[in-house]
Design a protein around this ligand. Sequence first.
Ligand code: SAM
Length: 214
Amino acid sequence: MIFHIITLFPEMFDSYLNESIVARARKSKKITVKFYNPRDFTKDKHRRIDGSPYGGGPGMVMQAEPILRAVQKARGKKKRVKTYLLSPNGKEFTNKVARSLISSYTDIILIAGRYEGVDARVKKILRAEEISVGPYVLTGGELPAMVIIDAVARQIKGVLHAAESVEEERVASAETYTRPETVTFKGKKYKVPKVLLSGNHKKIEEWRKERRSR
Ligand code: SAM
């Protein structure tokens, strides 16, 4: 899977994408992440990429043209490309969406907005779908893009090792505990649920199923 990130702040991705499972997925070429800075696609001599909103209002809006050129470059002649505009008003991103992307596309373009967002014509011209990582407003689309890269990568076969895959099933579904058996905090004792110490795997699985969140 190739991710193409349209962002004014590509450096923001450095530390996250260079650690842990995502870094391993990049190293083994299960995923590739490419960056396109709209400033590199502006024809303005000051490399300006924003303007004040028509009709008035607070803040600035990202201009359409540099983003359109950046996306054109990312798309090239590729056929199975999905283009998303990151937006708090978009469809909710879920593991189900992540899996369907893997089965349908080779490339995902993520447009990270900033300021008051992106000129509305970008969505229309590119037939981009708006996608949200949650019902809250963040300062920019960079964190949402990293969330999507991480969640999609975890669903790609071979990215998680066998033990981690099992863990994925369980962590998504249950409370987890580790040593010590009893944690004492401010004079109170907090014990591991007895069923987890029972050695009865059938009962443990049943207990975990009950706590499954999705
Ligand atoms: N008033 C704008 C709106 O409702 O879209 C808020 C823009 S927000 C400050 C700047 C950018 O952050 C957005 O254009 C979007 O790309 C990104 N963003 C913020 N919250 C997001 C969320 N929950 N999911 C996805 N992207 C988000």
